[in-house]
Design a protein around this ligand. Sequence first.
Ligand code: C5P
Length: 223
Amino acid sequence: KYPKHIAIDGPAASGKSTVAEIVAHQIGYLFFDTGVMYRAVTLASLQRLNGVNDEKAVSDLAEAIDIDVRPPSVQDERKYDVLVDGVDVTWDIRKPEVDANVSRVSAYAGVRKAMTAQQRKIGERGQVVMVGRDIGTVVLPDAELKVFLDASVEERARRRYDEVQHRNQPEPYEQILQAMKKRDEIDSTRDLAPLCPADDAHILNTEGMTIQQVVDAILAFLR
Ligand code: C5P
């Protein structure tokens, strides 16, 4: 009786993946975070092409690499394992270097084409909560429930700052804020599948809301 697809979009650190994982768990759906795929292509490009400037090379790499997301094999706060050609990159894709380059990579047409095709295939199975920037607009435009999460960039940067504090390489707040502003700007102004709510999305401003409150709001949309 739940919709086949639930699409959750929003800017960086809007709480999408945390909330979507809880919602998916509660209703027995698969949780799939599409940002992981763009991050994986970015990391692979940095490692193998020494940079992300060559659009053709990056697009070819996006077609060629095998990105696998599966249940966590290690208990270290991870929500899932991310493997690129069999190598565990779960934490490597969260590095500042990837943050700084991912928006560039995700604006390439060839990269989006390859990733969107794989995401639709995952969506075909149904019973999925899919998270990203363009799920409600491009990847699963027929999703029966679409939610767009938002919050001020300052609050989102604060959330990210708190999140990375206890990791090996914590970043200063100012640096996180500036990087996030830049990523928002590129993601929202690109030609292809820019970050924006679908016409039929429920827009939820999560400023000052707890994770549980956001989860409850989404569960209420389901009823
Ligand atoms: O959600 P996350 O912050 O991990 O996404 C990383 C980047 O991947 C975004 O800043 C965006 O450039 C790109 N992305 C995208 N489309 C999606 C998901 C992520 O372009 N559906």
